[in-house]
Design a protein around this ligand. Structure first.
Ligand code: RB5
Length: 145
């Protein structure tokens, strides 16, 4: 699988841990930036990663900002994106099993790099449960019409 990653200056502290989780899982990644701690606008990175995932250029995405909130709100404006803002391992698991999330968002001012490593690994390796959850995810998609 190919994973698109993106962050702003508030999330860059998590980037190395996320890359380590992706590569150790045997997956590839494309880094859409940012690449320095200079202040940038998180919607720009949400857009790059969200469009890569929505178009099929990438299979999934990982986004990081200060809290994970702004960048997830922005990503969820893109049709086809189900971005889950996760702050613990249970949420990382459930967003895949129940919501078929295709992007997770995390906060560099909320969670540690160790947390981000763990949440990313869970997000990348947990399958969607389907069944009744598929019906619900289809209803989310219907809201986009
Ligand atoms: C940037 O200072 C900060 O607002 C951003 O990283 C994020 O936390 C927004 O939700």
């Amino acid at each position: 699988m190919k994973i698109a990653i993106g962050c702003d200056h508030g999330g860059i502290v998590l980037k190395d841990a996320v890359i380590r989780a992706i590569t150790e899982t045997g997956m590839e990644y494309v880094d859409y930036g940012t690449f320095t701690e200079e202040s940038v606008d998180y919607p720009d990175y949400a857009e790059k990663v969200g469009r890569a995932v929505a178009s099929g250029e990438a299979d999934r995405g990982v986004l990081m900002c200060g809290t994970g909130i702004g960048i997830s709100i922005a990503a969820n404006k893109i049709k086809g994106i189900r971005c889950a803002h996760v702050t613990d391992a249970f949420q990382a698991e459930m967003c895949r099993q129940h919501n078929d999330a295709n992007i997770i968002a995390m906060g560099g001012r909320i969670n540690s790099p160790e947390d981000a490593y763990e949440f990313t690994k869970i997000f990348l390796t947990t399958p969607f449960a389907g069944g009744r959850h598929l019906r619900r995810v289809e209803k989310i998609a219907a809201l986009e019409k």
